[in-house]
Design a protein around this ligand. Structure first.
Ligand SMILES: NC(=O)c1ccc[n+]([C@@H]2O[C@H](COP(=O)([O-])OP(=O)(O)OC[C@H]3O[C@@H](n4cnc5c(N)ncnc54)[C@H](O)[C@@H]3O)[C@@H](O)[C@H]2O)c1
Length: 379
C-alpha cells in the first residue's frame, strides 16, 4: 500500500465489479487506515491474505525484490495476480512466477507500465496500420529527478531491483518494444552512477536492435538538473503539469538523514493519487518514431504526424487515467474475453532488456536476447 498502489486505487474504486476485501501491509497505520477507507479487512502478512475465501485476485505492489516469492505464493493459493513492474530482478525468478501461474491456471499480468498509455497505443496502431510504411528508428528520452526523490535503501541497490534501469528502463523498454513489435534481437548499453552519495545506476544510454532491423534508443538521466518535461509541454508522466523546478529535488534531499528519508518516502506515498482526469496525455519523456513515410511524436493532447503533406495533429481520448486500462485488461483477462498483452511473458521480455542493459554496461559487449515475445496481432 505504497506509492504505486495509491496511483492504482482510483481506477479500482470506480469499478462496480471489484470489491477491495483485504489490505496487507506490514505498516500497521497504513493498513488500518486504508482498510477502514474501503471497509476491508486489514492483514499484517500475505499468508493470512491468501488464506481468505473472499480474495479472488491480488495486486502486488511491494518492493521489487519481494515480487517473485509473493507472486508464486499467490498463484499457488489459486489467486489471479496483477504485479507491479519490474516483475522481478532476475530471469530465473521471472520463469518461476510464470510457471507457478501456468500450473495454477490463474491470470498473471504485470502493470502498470507505460505501454498501457493512450499515446503509445495510438502510435502502435498507426505503425501497424502501415499508413506510414515500415518503422525504422525510434527514440525515447527522459530526464527526471528519480535519483534524488526520497527512496528506500533497496531502491538504490541494483541487486534488489533498484536504480533507473530496472525502475525506469522497465517503462522505456516496454514502450519501445510495443512500438517496434516486441522482438528485440540485441542490446548494447552504457550505464552511469556518477554520484557517490547515491551509488546506483542513475543514467543510461541503450541501443536496441529489433529482429526486423528496426532500431531504438532509450536514454534516461535521473539526476534531476534538466527535466525533459521542459520539452513535453510541461506535462509529466500521467499528464498533469510537472511542477518540480530543475535541481530542486537534489537540493531538498541534502537536509535529509537516512531516517528522515525513509519517513519522507512513506509520507510521499501516502499523498492521495489525483483521481481527476489529467489535462494532457501522459508523457514518459519524449518519444519519436521514424517510419519510411513519415514521423510520429506526441502533441500535448494527441499525436503529431509528419509526412510530405506537412504536420497533422490527431487528437486522442483524455477520458481515462493511465491506470484504467490496467484494470480493464486484468478484468477482461480473468473473464476470458481477451488475451493480455501485459502477461508474464511480455514482462519477462522487458526484464530481459533491463538485465541485458546492466550486463552490457558492465562488460561493454552487445548482448543477444532469447526471451522476446511479439506484440499479438490486433494490439
Ligand atoms: N507503475 C508505476 O509507474 C510504478 C510507480 C511506482 C512504483 N512502482 C513499482 O511498485 C513497487 C513498489 O514501489 P513503491 O514506490 O510503491 O514502494 P513503496 O515503498 O512506496 O511501497 C511499498 C509498500 O510495500 C509494503 N511492504 C513491504 N514489505 C511487504 C510485505 N512483505 N508484504 C506486503 N507489503 C509489504 C511497504 O510497507 C510499502 O507500503 C516497485 O516494484 C516499483 O517498481 C511502479
Amino acid at each position: 500500500m505504497g506509492a504505486a498502489s495509491r496511483q492504482l486505487l482510483p481506477a479500482v474504486e470506480k469499478r462496480a465489479d471489484i470489491r477491495i476485501t483485504a489490505i496487507c501491509d506490514p505498516l500497521a497505520a497504513v493498513r488500518e487506515s486504508m482498510a477502514a477507507r474501503y471497509g476491508a479487512r486489514p492483514v499484517a502478512d500475505l499468508e493470512s491474505l491468501l488464506a481468505r475465501d473472499d480474495v479472488d485476485a491480488v495486486y502486488i505492489a511491494t518492493p521489487t525484490d519481494l515480487h517473485a516469492a509473493q507472486v508464486v505464493a499467490a498463484a499457488n493459493a489459486g489467486k489471479h495476480v496483477l504485479c507491479e513492474k519490474p516483475m522481478a530482478t532476475t530471469l530465473d525468478e521471472a520463469q518461476a512466477m510464470i510457471d507457478a501461474a501456468d500450473r495454477a491456471g490463474v491470470v498473471f499480468n504485470v502493470g502498470h507500465s507505460h505501454s498501457y498509455d493512450e499515446p503509445y497505443r495510438a502510435m502502435r496502431e498507426l505503425i501497424a496500420s502501415g499508413e506510414l510504411g515500415r518503422a525504422r528508428l525510434m527514440h525515447n528520452l527522459y530526464y527526471s529527478d528519480w535519483v534524488y526523490r526520497p527512496r528506500r535503501p533497496e531502491e538504490l541497490d541494483e541487486h534488489l531491483g533498484g536504480g533507473i534501469t530496472f525502475r525506469q528502463g522497465a517503462h522505456q523498454f516496454d514502450i519501445l518494444r510495443l512500438l517496434g513489435g516486441g522482438l528485440v534481437k540485441s542490446v548494447r548499453a552504457q550505464t552511469f552512477d556518477w554520484d557517490p552519495q547515491r551509488p546506483v545506476i542513475g543514467a543510461h544510454s541503450v541501443f536496441l536492435t529489433f529482429e526486423d532491423g528496426t532500431v531504438a534508443t532509450a536514454i534516461y538521466n535521473g539526476y534531476g538538473a534538466f527535466m525533459s518535461s521542459e520539452i513535453t509541454y510541461d506535462a509529466g508522466e500521467v499528464g498533469y503539469p510537472q511542477t518540480v523546478a530543475p535541481g530542486s529535488t537534489r537540493a531538498a534531499l541534502k537536509a535529509a538523514t537516512a531516517e528522515s528519508e525513509a519517513q519522507l518516502k512513506v509520507k510521499r506515498a501516502g499523498t492521495p493519487a489525483e483521481a481527476q482526469l489529467a489535462p494532457n496525455q501522459p508523457f514518459f519523456g519524449w518519444t519519436i518514431v521514424s517510419c519510411e513515410g513519415g514521423d510520429i511524436r506526441q502533441s500535448a493532447t494527441g499525436l503529431y504526424v509528419y509526412t510530405e503533406r506537412g504536420r497533422e495533429e490527431r487528437p486522442l481520448r483524455l477520458d481515462r487515467t493511465t491506470r484504467d486500462p490496467v484494470i480493464e485488461e486484468f478484468v477482461d483477462t480473468i473473464a476470458g474475453s481477451r488475451r493480455a498483452l501485459h502477461d508474464g511473458r511480455w514482462a519477462r521480455a522487458n526484464l530481459e532488456v533491463c538485465v541485458a542493459t546492466i550486463e552490457s554496461g558492465r562488460t561493454g559487449r552487445e548482448i543477444a536476447l532469447a526471451h522476446q515475445v511479439a506484440v499479438p496481432r490486433g494490439t
